[in-house]
Ligand binder design. Structure first.
Ligand code: ASP
Ligand code: MG
Length: 408
């Protein structure tokens, strides 16, 4: 008998019919004698709809109220799922994040989980209940409702698995595993049986939307066994995210091509080339809770330099405003922005032992006439920022060039 956390994404609970299907699947596991915690997302499209309602009232809604509104999507699905489980003859009980309690900090719309009180859940499990916990949400010290950022129910599931020391955290979604790239862009993409945490982290952070990145970080840190599976077919082992790479296995040089459309580039021109400048530029950006991804500082010639960085496209306007204020304060030459960029990356632990991956990547892009605007590398990843209109082309040619196409 095992303790299993099963997370079901929005498409898996999109209709009452599908919720009933989920209940049947959960019932099969429960009848095998396992203890089950289920974490559903909101019905697909629902969170967008709720946020849309708020935006119909205000262009920049108060984040505290936004969380009160957005969190209700999951409150509906936990209740419905508990009912569906009861119809399967099981004992089932639902909780919102605040009821559990999933304690978070107070950064509304992007809160982080600090602690989970497992007492109610343990008590219910001991008494034979399937426990259904709303994903995506928690509450802060004061009891304010918070949400964990888009896609946050993955993180809820992993955090619950970590807190309760579960044997496995299963993420059921509309794909049957993690692919070498998005099959909608490259139909030749292949499903991976395993991927290391490190690779998955890079893939997730680079915009492969299968899992929210924070959930992967969490799982790596607390050594939660994490598996991505389809909720639509009963066959298949999905993709297991492994702690260690298998040293005995021959790894492909590149395991996948990831991409992120939501990248925007900001540049401040002609800033003094002095110690402390990067901090002066990025400090206010960080204070506004805007995540910075790639950073490039050119070599200065006349005692000044240009400084570019990328942010999520949703933060583009806010970032630009902040940077303009910084430019004025620093007497910089100006600010330019581009929100029609994207990022494409090759990821693979095999890169560690194979030189020449970067040059091959640049050659492939050059042969398609794709200009590279920014480059960054890590031990297991090479990323480039390019014009958004080349995204599909770049992903396709790189996927093929690195031998990832299905036929090869
Ligand atoms: N319902 C939330 C969202 O759409 C959380 C999730 O689905 O993971 O972002
Ligand atoms: Mg999701």
């Amino acid at each position: 008998m095992a303790l299993i956390v099963q997370k079901f994404g929005g498409t898996s609970v999109a209709t009452v019919e599908r919720i009933k299907n989920v209940a049947q699947r959960v019932a099969r596991w429960k009848k095998q004698g396992h203890d089950i915690i289920v974490v559903p997302s909101a019905m697909s499209g629902e969170t967008n709809r709720l946020i849309g309602l708020a935006k119909d009232i205000s262009d920049s809604p108060d984040p505290r109220e936004l969380d009160v509104i957005a969190s209700t999507g999951e409150q509906v699905t936990v209740g419905l799922l508990a009912l569906a489980l009861q119809s399967e003859g099981l004992k089932a009980k639902s909780y919102t994040g605040a009821q559990v309690k999933v304690l978070t900090n107070s950064v509304f719309t992007k809160a982080r989980i600090l602690q989970i009180d497992d007492s109610k859940i343990r008590h219910d499990l001991t008494n034979g209940y399937v426990v259904v916990v709303a994903g995506f949400q928690g509450a802060d010290e004061e009891g304010n409702i918070t949400t964990l950022g888009r896609g946050g129910s993955d993180t809820s599931a992993v955090a619950l698995a970590a807190a309760l020391n579960a044997d496995e955290c299963q993420i059921y979604t509309d794909v049957d595993g993690v692919y070498t790239t998005d099959p909608r862009v490259v139909p030749e993409a292949r499903k991976l049986d395993t991927i290391t945490f490190e690779e998955m982290l890079e893939m997730a952070s680079l915009g492969s939307k299968v899992l929210q990145i924070r959930s992967v970080e969490f799982a790596g840190k607390y050594k939660v066994k994490l598996r991505v599976l389809s909720s639509f077919d009963d066959e298949g082992e999905g993709t297991l995210i492994t702690i260690e790479e298998d040293k005995n296995m021959e790894h492909p040089i590149i395991s996948g091509i990831a991409f992120n459309r939501d990248e925007a580039k900001l540049t401040i021109l002609g800033v003094p080339d002095l110690p402390g400048i990067a901090y002066k530029i990025l400090g206010p950006i960080a204070d506004a809770n805007i995540d910075v991804d790639m950073i490039i500082q050119n070599v200065g010639q006349d005692g000044t330099t240009d400084f570019s960085f990328t942010v999520n496209r949703a933060d583009y306007t806010a970032g630009l405003e902040i940077l303009k204020a910084t430019a004025t304060a620093m007497n910089a030459r100006g600010v330019v922005g581009d929100n029609k960029t994207c990022k494409v990356s090759g990821v693979g632990v095999g890169m560690r032992s194979h030189p020449g991956v970067a040059s091959k990547m640049f050659k492939v892009l050059a042969s398609e006439g794709i200009n590279i605007q920014m480059i960054s590398t890590s031990e297991i990843k090479i990323s480039v920022v390019i014009e958004e209109k080349y995204l599909e082309l770049a992903v396709r040619v790189l996927h093929k060039a690195f031998g990832l196409d299905k036929s090869e």
